[in-house]
Design a binder for this molecule. Structure first.
Ligand code: ADP
Ligand code: ZN
Ligand code: ZN
Length: 701
């Protein structure tokens, strides 16, 4: 009989499958760890990654049941050890199967191509990837100091610099230095949403040449994604610019990882393996010995806390904080103006002062931006006679009134219907919208500014950018271009427009109704609001010539709230200190660590029953296990509660919170919980449960 080699291969298996995504195969040929192979799985032929080499046939399985590897993907170097360890860690930490995480981290097309097709693709890849460096501007003193600190320290670094302080320039020059010093080195630059930042893509390409840079984000075609992935994997692409998924890019010579706007919630994946790309970036940096730079004008409290300086009774955080307080050039930060809405007529949407200020700016040829975090015309339609409201019959939410196409749309399940002519309950023809969304704000502004003329004598032009206006592919780019070219005078939109865009001529930004976040049940809401408003303020006055007159307006019923006081002074550290004090007092992250167990079922009782059964079994098993008993007092496991969005698309959702000051203890309990869930789930009384999932370090409670 000929020689046989045995391997464990990571393949795509169902999310919570007990095999964990590793299956054994054999082959008459030896193989490398990390090799990409095609293997049979059931009646299919699937992509897999060689994960472990075995000395002998796997025990407990008849030899004849082990199937042969069908072939290797020729021409592709094996995935390196650092990549394998990153995936392994992610699967373990975020409680998913290895196969799922490994396969999701590879470009989808790799799964489908025949070896001939792949060979053709490989032939088309650019052989050389010459970097053509166009030098950047001479650094400011602060920028120079930051780069010098990066050169001498090991990091991870948190670059805390105001908007417009030149953070992007700093990391571009860090990339430049590294590429010049090491002819193989690769850099990974991550941004929250690449669709929102085409300008950065251009900026990076014009600095390093189009061949050296590849992008990775969900807006690309499968073919483009494969092409970029292959270039990074082969070391040809020297720079990968991408969204959270790029943290898994195969980059054998990775030396620098930048996470721009590191506080942005979109770094957290919200389905499948719910990983935080920012946190994985830090982990990956350590694995691959690459420098990690997190950058933000409003860092996450997690990173801020981790970068706290040492003092007499605290050794300080693991991260090194780098500071750039000044804006580049003579650019000043905009003046923050709070409008006390208590003093406005009841139900006023826009204060008279704000309308006057907008008019003045439009007449001077400047642009304004208004933020309202609600799309549609009105969040609810209501019958005053019988009390009917436009509830969604499938969700615990109201359907939103969209006047443009006269529909009621559920933003959770998508249910869309024409607006009824009369109240569906009592026939009253007089049903009315309650509250305001961006559509209505746009309409309302049109009326208020109808008489206003631009310097060229034309009437004011108002535009709206939100998820509705940008549904079609390319729509966002077109709308942004209109703002840039000056065709638009007043821009209305959701937070989508507050991020990252470099609108040079905007001199006034207004938050129309930011108060809800002050009293939200989500403890991160104030942190989010502060970041959003600081970012939005950063949009104003990016042109030095105009920055002296730039303003950020906040309409609020709570003008003396500490958050707005700190905003007025552009004082993130004071805001962060007060938030951290509150989090410390309440034992919330980043002081403690959390995980959520969620269950979905047809009824709320069934969802909660699974969670509570898991909780009891978990406690009992931990107590009975001498090696695990010590975990019990370290990890609080709370009883099941309905989620705040309790029902979506006819599925009832419940959650259970786990919390611990000790991350490792929490992890250990989660591993126990994983087994417990498999046991409990298979009991007949929990048949009604549709699924369960674990969210480690959840971003919303
Ligand atoms: P941030 O990322 O902090 O918002 P940027 O790096 O985008 O800041 O810099 C803001 C503006 O200042 C950009 O137009 C950039 O080209 C310019 N800039 C940055 N650094 C310098 C410098 N050292 N000299 C001249 N201009 C600079
Ligand atoms: Zn009615
Ligand atoms: Zn719905």
């Amino acid at each position: 009989m000929s020689a046989q080699y045995w391997f464990d291969v990571a393949v795509q298996t169902p999310a919570h499958s007990p095999v964990g995504g590793l299956l054994s195969y054999r082959s008459p040929f030896g193989m490398h760890l990390g090799q990409l192979v095609r293997v049979p799985l059931g009646r299919r032929d699937v992509l897999g990654v060689v994960w472990a080499l075995r000395d002998a046939a796997p025990p407990n399985v008849p030899e004849s049941a082990v199937r042969d590897v069908l072939g290797v993907l020729e021409g592709l170097a094996p995935l390196d050890n650092a990549w394998l360890r990153l995936v392994q860690f992610s699967a373990q930490y975020y409680q998913r199967s290895l196969g799922e995480v490994a396969l999701a981290a590879l470009p989808p097309q790799l799964r489908d191509l025949t070896s001939e097709q792949l060979a053709r693709r490989l032939k088309k890849q650019n052989a050389d990837a010459a970097v053509l460096i166009t030098p950047g501007p001479a650094l400011s003193e602060e920028q120079g100091a930051v780069l010098a600190q990066m050169a001498t320290g090991t990091g991870p670094f948190l670059l805390f610099g105001s908007t417009g302080s030149g953070k992007t320039e700093v990391y571009l020059q860090a990339v430049e230095r590294m590429l010049t010093a090491d002819p193989q080195a690769q850099a990974l630059i991550m941004v929250p949403e690449i669709n929102l930042t085409p300008q950065l893509e251009q900026r990076v390409q014009s600095r390093f040449g189009t061949h050296a840079v590849v992008s990775m984000h969900s807006g690309m075609t499968p073919a483009q994604r494969l092409k970029g992935w292959l270039a990074a994997h082969a070391g040809q692409a020297r720079i990968v610019l991408g969204t959270r998924m790029a943290v898994f890019a195969s980059m054998p010579h990775l030396k620098l990882i930048v996470v721009d706007e590191e506080h942005d919630p979109s770094y957290k994946q919200q389905e499948g393996a719910r990983y935080s790309a920012r946190d994985l970036a830090v982990y990956r940096g350590r694995l691959q010995n690459a420098t990690v730079l997190l950058a933000s004008a409003t860092p996450s409290l997690e990173s801020w806390h981790l970068s706290r300086p040492a003092n007499c009774d605290d050794p300080g955080g693991r991260y090194q904080r780098l500071l750039m307080p000044s804006r580049i050039g003579t650019g000043l930060l905009p003046k923050v103006r709070r409008v006390d809405m208590n003093k406005q007529p009841r139900r006023a949407v826009l204060s008279t002062q704000l309308v006057a200020a907008i008019q003045e700016r439009v007449e001077r040829g400047e642009q304004c931006m208004l933020l309202l975090n609600r799309r549609g015309y009105a969040p609810v339609l209501h019958c005053a006679d019988c009390g009917w409201k436009s509830e969604c019959k499938h969700c615990s939410a109201f359907r939103v009134f969209h006047k443009i196409d006269r529909t009621l749309r559920c933003h959770h399940c998508g249910l869309t219907e024409r607006v009824p002519r009369a109240c569906p309950e009592c026939g009253n023809a007089d049903i009315a919208p309650i509250g305001r969304g961006t559509e209505q704000l746009e309409e309302h502004l049109g009326e208020l500014l109808a008489h206003v003329l631009r310097p060229d004598g034309n009437p004011v032009r108002i535009a709206r950018i939100d998820a509705d206006s940008t549904r079609l592919k390319g729509a966002l780019e077109i709308q942004l271009a209109q703002v840039h070219s000056g065709e638009v005078d007043v821009l209305v939109g959701t937070q989508m427009i507050a991020k990252g865009h470099d609108f040079r001529r905007i001199t006034l930004v207004a938050a129309v109704n930011p108060d809800t976040a002050l009293f939200s049940s989500d403890f991160r809401a104030p942190e989010r609001l502060f970041a959003l408003l600081m970012q939005a303020a950063g949009r104003a006055g990016r042109d030095a010539a105009q920055s002296a007159t730039s303003e950020m307006w906040v309409q609020t019923f709570h003008p003396t709230h500490a958050l707005f006081e700190a905003l007025k002074k552009h004082d993130y550290p004071t805001f962060a200190a007060s938030e951290l004090a509150e989090r410390t007092a309440a034992d919330l992250p980043p002081i403690s660590h959390q995980a959520l167990l969620r269950a979905d079922a047809r009824t709320q009782e069934a969802a909660q029953a699974l969670l509570n059964a898991a909780r009891e079994t978990l406690q009992a098993q931990l107590m009975a296990d001498p090696n695990a008993q010590a975990l019990v007092p370290q990890v609080s496991v709370y009883p099941a509660v309905p989620m705040s969005m309790q029902r979506v698309a006819d599925v009832e959702r419940a959650q259970m919170l786990l919390e611990s000051p000790n991350r490792m203890a929490l992890q250990k309990v989660l591993w126990h919980l994983h087994d417990v869930l498999h046991q409990v789930r298979s009991q007949p009384e929990h048949k009604g449960v549709i699924r369960w999932l674990v969210d480690v370090d959840p971003q919303a409670i």
